[in-house]
Design a protein around this ligand. Structure first.
Ligand code: SAJ
Length: 424
């Protein structure tokens, strides 16, 4: 089924339930709705449901607010706690990793249990959550276990359930653009399911829609993020080597990237987010013996926050009661998402290691400290200028555009640890 096709015809599907209204589910629900479909968003969080029905977005993502407000006011999008009957279901619930690095499939299982009683036969169920290979089949088996009157292929004359995987590939911060412009990979448990899913995404996706089987689609998503993780690990390893050799790593990478076949990514304080810091582990869990490069890249990136914490320790070592300004908490620039954020981990570890120090956190996209920091007595959330002004040591953790407003003169005389090459 490794064909490539662009869905051209309008799909017959008019009612879609999107299960899970987070960073992927809500934008997908909104874009389907603004393209004329009737969309019911489902979420377990009553505050999320209430916010969306009010036309509000419970997190920061450029342009999403306009789409949600427009779709809700046109009556095309509404949110609720219960899973309704619909012609198609898009499951976009979290698949976090557990202590042993395997995927927690409990949210997908809960979605399957809620969808099963609503089915009449003929519906399309799409798993969009990033999942280990085999998950789409397991989702189908779960539903069919509860609904033995349905089948994947019409066997014994039973009504068909179409099941496909369509991983999201959008970049936080550019979600509303990339939802439309990115190519998509759609993997069906059957060809018919893949084609039906491609038609549904064709409603808003202007990129190419590539059809394959479900397991290959699952793996392609994991591989894309593992590829990026390995490349960032290479840059992070180079940054430590360069520090030891007294070389400017950003200059080094800039020059190396002039080679026509070299494209090294940027070092930073570590790799965060719910995708790149997580998904490679699903590959490692699927084949631990043959994934040493992917595992090592994860370990290299996971060790970078510790390296930065040590840089802060050295910078503050001869100051009695140091004031340390930590700029940024998000896992990357211009968003408020702190999931798996190396910046957050660094602030927590610095605060715990230096109980005598005052840690001033500037997080321009947040109006309060996240729970993990709120209980630490020597950590305070302050305005960026105030943090910089009071600091002995300034640690730039996130390259938010808002930090461009910092007057370079205000850094004079301070010890600066610039983990992103922001002030080069
Ligand atoms: N980072 C670096 N150096 C770089 C690039 C990124 O240190 O050169 C860090 C970031 O600061 C951040 C982390 O890596 O902490 C991840 O950021 P990112 O911008 O690379 O990726 P995400 O997690 O925001 O989104 C990724 C994207 N995947 C790829 O680019 C292959 C996106 O397309 C996926 O849809 C998304 O994961 C996802 O949902 O899986």
């Amino acid at each position: 089924m490794s064909t490539s096709k662009t869905a051209e015809t309008a799909p017959p599907i008019t009612t879609v339930a999107v299960v899970g209204l987070g960073y992927i589910g809500l934008p997908t629900a909104a874009i389907l709705a603004t393209n004329g479909l009737d969309v019911i968003g489902v979420d377990v969080n009553p505050r999320t449901v209430a916010a969306i029905n009010n036309g509000d977005v419970p997190f920061v993502e450029p342009d999403l607010g306009v789409h949600v407000a427009g779709a809700v006011s046109q009556g095309r999008l509404r949110a609720q706690l219960e899973t309704p009957a619909a012609e198609a279901y898009i499951v976009a619930v979290p698949t976090p990793f557990q202590a042993d690095k395997s995927a927690d499939m409990s949210y997908i299982a809960a979605a399957a249990r809620a969808i099963a009683p609503q089915l009449r036969g003929g519906e399309l169920v799409i798993l969009e959550s990033t999942s280990p290979p085999g998950s789409t089949r397991r989702l189908a088996e779960l539903i069919l276990g509860l609904r033995p009157d349905l089948s994947l292929d019409g066997a014994d004359g039973k009504p068909v359930l179409l099941v496909a995987h369509c991983p999201e590939r959008v970049l936080p911060g550019r979600i509303m653009i990339e939802l439309v412009t990115n190519d998509r990979v759609v993997g069906g448990l059957t060809t018919e399911a893949a084609e039906a899913a491609a038609a549904l995404y064709g409603v808003f996706c202007q990129g190419e829609i590539h059809l394959t089987d479900a397991a290959t689609a699952e793996m392609s998503k994991l591989v894309e993020n593992a590829y990026r993780d390995v490349n960032i690990a290479f840059a992070n390893e180079l940054s430590v080597i360069s520090d030891n050799l007294d070389i400017d790593v950003w200059e080094l990478i800039r020059l190396a990237n002039h080679h026509p076949r070299v494209n090294i990514l940027q070092p930073g304080p570590g790799v965060g987010g719910h995708c790149i810091a997580v998904d490679p582990w699903f590959i490692v869990a699927a084949d631990p013996e043959n994934s040493s490069l992917i595992r090592t890249a994860r370990e290299v990136n996971d060790s970078k926050p510790g390296y930065v914490v040590d840089q802060v320790r050295k910078a503050a070592s001869d100051i009695d009661r140091p004031v340390i300004a930590c700029l940024g908490l998000a896992f990357k620039a211009n968003i408020d998402d702190v999931r798996e954020s190396p910046a957050l981990e660094i602030v927590r570890r610095v605060a715990e290691l230096h109980p005598e120090a005052e840690i001033l956190v500037a997080a321009p996209h947040k109006d309060h400290l996240p729970k993990v920091l709120a209980g630490i007595p020597n950590v305070r959330h302050v305005e960026t200028d105030k943090a910089v002004e009071a600091a002995d040591v300034v640690v730039l953790l996130v390259d938010h555009d808002k930090f461009r407003e910092i007057d370079p003169a205000s850094l004079e005389g301070k010890r600066v640890i610039d983990t992103r090459g922001f002030w080069r």
